[in-house]
Design a protein around this ligand. Structure first.
Ligand SMILES: Cc1cc2nc3c(=O)[nH]c(=O)nc-3n(C[C@H](O)[C@H](O)[C@H](O)COP(=O)(O)O)c2cc1C
Length: 241
């Protein structure tokens, strides 16, 4: 990044051939802005992690549009350090299920601490993961820890976890917006996904996102979210001296 000696930053960028004017935001009256902000809040308020999926098919175009929405997330130094492997092939889903259940068995029987198992208890999860075969799509998100230049040398990437986390958030919101349920699944460790999906060593599985329609009568844990006072503090006025 070059330094900017001009006090009028806007003037500088207007005259810089590497920058474009930005007109991507809708021009809205404040009432409309508030209505849209509230509608979005209401939309995401109703998102839940679902663990019982229907095998009802979902067209690939819908998934593709959601994954492309994820690809619009911001990323450290614009490295876009992500890869999405979108799996609908029943044979691959089965392989993933078998490998994930093997890791999960070891997790529940040996690796998990008592404290962790206690935290998972209200969710009712265990080592059995039938949804990995039943749901129509598994979206495996890979974090690219570094890039590979054309000459094969390593290219440094920045804030890869934060960037991929943001892309995953965009994806979960996009799927929900499209009327699809999702499950953020993290069998640990997930290296088996590199092997099954034939992904290179610079990529680390980040999340396995299961998506599709909920099964008829699917239940979700009766859990609560924090109230806004618990996680937001507004600082509008400068502090009185
Ligand atoms: C990083 C991350 C990892 C998660 N891993 C799992 C998982 O392996 N298995 C599972 O059933 N749920 C998993 N979840 C889902 C959480 O349990 C769920 O988001 C949480 O209980 C809140 O429920 P809600 O999503 O319905 O609001 C994960 C969520 C996140 C964000």
């Amino acid at each position: 990044m070059h330094s900017n000696p001009n006090p009028c930053y806007l003037e500088t960028i207007m005259h810089d051939s590497e920058h474009l004017p930005y007109d991507g935001l809708p021009q809205l009256a404040e009432e409309e802005m508030l209505a849209r902000a509230q509608a979005f809040h209401e939309l995401v308020r109703l998102r839940r992690t679902v663990r019982n999926f229907s095998d009802r098919p979902v067209p690939a175009e819908i998934i593709a549009a959601c994954v492309q929405a994820a690809g619009q997330a911001p990323s450290g130094a614009n490295m876009q350090p992500w890869h999405f492997e979108v799996v609908g092939d029943p044979a691959l889903k089965k392989e993933i299920r078998l490998a994930a259940e093997e890791e999960e068995r070891q997790f529940y029987e040996r690796r998990a601490s008592e404290e962790w198992l206690d935290a998972l208890e209200p969710l009712g999860t265990d080592a059995s993961k039938p949804f990995l075969e039943i749901a129509p799509w598994l979206i495996v998100i890979f974090e690219q820890r570094y890039g590979i230049d054309q000459d094969g040398s390593k290219k440094r990437y920045y804030y890869t976890k934060e960037s991929v986390g943001l892309a995953a958030g965009f994806l979960i919101a996009a799927l929900h917006n499209a009327g699809l349920a999702s499950l953020t699944h993290t069998p640990s460790p997930m290296a088996f996904l590199n092997k099954i999906l034939d992904r290179p060593a610079n990529e680390k599985p980040f999340l396995l996102l299961v998506t599709g329609y909920p099964a008829d009568g699917a239940l979700v844990p009766d859990i609560t979210r924090k109230s806004p006072e618990q996680y937001i503090r507004f600082r509008e006025m400068s502090r009185d001296k």
